[in-house]
Design a protein around this ligand. Structure first.
Ligand code: PLP
Length: 416
């Protein structure tokens, strides 16, 4: 065998059978969950090669979710961005409209996929954790449609702050279990859901809400969200006649970003930009940017970048958008960061609020505050590009859920 054969690194070929993305990922879990994760991995490895499963999921997306979601040429947003730049130039901006998917965000791509997986495993019940309630609603929706029982764990503090989503979940027939432990938020709800799963794994599947958690969850969620990137690639070739020059997405746990990036990961000329929540400052507790400001550590069963203090205790986080308010991030993003394949930046609360209004008034599209982070970074990047280049922003969700909070923040800002 020749020894001088160059080793071709293919970033798409992860994780390893042990669940490693480079040095990140893995499964740091109690013994009682090892069997559950192994069973899930076995089922998924079989399903992965089963065309009937993917055909069934594709039909569900076509007739129920409303896929493919459009790739929309945002002509007025582009013109306004160019007009704001002193030189008057910039790339054409396109929006991938995940806000038009059923339930108003990309989360349904994952919950329907894992819902079908639950049925394949012969299980009758799903459980989920939720913070702001978006993943809880998407899980309750999938459960109602597929005829599964659904229990959603939610901290009492979040239940108080997100009344509307609690009501939606109950209307959809799900049971909301309030968690009164610790900080009474997402982290504590996740712990309780994991505890439930240890005792109920025989008939219950745990649907985790992003590309986080122990192996095989980050891989499974990425694969179900990759439909965003596959559609985007085909739509770019159809509408632009070529690949896009750049793609921008917001990063909370990282599932909408992983979904749109992954099919492009080995297309090196396509610039990929992930946007974390810059909050109000870079001080601890004032942002949610683990890739930019965190250190490698273990959170919820996998090794990735985590916001933590010098003793390894998870730090408090802040963002104006509830979906980005998480101290960890999926291990594959940590891998892409260290490989220098994806550039990670951050956008502050104030900049996101500006972009929220900018998109609403330029195009008549009110984005989720999470997605507004991607819009802000997308506009900033586009005006540094040539007029004949194309930039795609993943519009991960619609902003109906955020109008009240955005109005409150805008009024607060006006009074300062
Ligand atoms: C939950 C959510 C996010 C953040 O989650 P990711 O896993 O990082 O995608 C982003 N946008 C919207 C609309 C969400 O609901």
């Amino acid at each position: 065998m020749p020894t001088d054969t160059p080793i071709k690194v293919r970033l798409a070929e992860v994780p390893t059978p042990e669940g490693r993305f480079g040095r990140f990922g893995g499964a740091y879990i109690p013994e009682t969950l090892v069997a559950a994760c192994a069973q899930l991995e076995d089922t998924y490895n079989r399903v992965r090669r089963d065309d009937r499963f993917w055909d069934e999921l594709r039909d569900l997306h076509t007739y129920y979710t409303g896929r493919p979601t459009p790739l929309f040429k945002a002509a007025r947003l582009t013109a306004n961005a160019r007009a704001r730049a002193s030189h008057g130039h910039g790339a054409t901006i396109w929006l991938k409209r995940e806000d038009l998917a059923h339930t108003g965000a990309h989360k349904i791509n994952n919950t329907l996929g894992q819902g079908l997986l639950t049925k394949r495993m012969g299980k009758r019940r799903i459980i989920a954790e939720t913070g702001a309630g978006q993943h809880g609603v998407a899980s309750a929706t999938a459960a109602a449609h597929l005829g599964l029982e659904c229990d959603v764990y939610m901290g009492t503090e979040d239940v108080r702050r997100q009344r509307l989503n609690v009501t939606r979940m109950k209307m959809l027939g799900a049971n909301v279990i309030e968690v009164d432990a610790g900080s009474k938020t997402l982290k504590d709800a996740t712990n309780e859901a994991m505890r439930d799963w240890m005792d109920s794994v025989e008939h219950t599947h745990y649907i985790i809400g992003s590309v986080v958690g122990p192996h095989p969850f980050p891989m499974i969620v990425r694969d179900f969200q990759a439909i965003i990137g596959h559609e985007t690639k085909a739509q770019c070739l159809r509408h632009m006649g070529k690949m896009p020059n750049a793609i921008v997405a917001c990063v909370g746990g990282g599932s909408n970003a992983a979904g749109i990036f992954y099919p492009f990961i080995d297309d090196l000329p396509v610039r990929l930009i992930g946007v974390e929540a810059g909050g109000t400052s870079n001080d601890p507790g004032k942002h949610a940017a683990p890739l930019g400001l965190g250190q490698p550590g273990i959170l919820h069963g996998s090794l990735s970048y985590v916001l933590q203090d010098e003793n390894g205790q998870t730090s408090p986080v802040h963002s104006c958008s509830a979906g980005l308010d998480y101290p960890g991030v999926g291990p594959e993003h940590a891998y892409w960061k260290d490989a220098d394949r994806v550039k990670y930046t951050s956008i502050t609360d104030d900049q996101a609020l500006d972009a929220f209004l900018h998109l609403a008034r330029s195009e008549g599209i009110i984005p989720a505050l999470e997605s507004a982070h991607a819009v802000a970074e997308g506009v900033r990047t586009a005006i540094e590009m040539r007029d004949d280049e194309n930039l795609v922003i993943n519009c991960s969700g619609r902003g109906d859920k955020d109008v009240e909070e955005a109005a409150r923040l805008l009024a607060l800002r006006a009074s300062r």
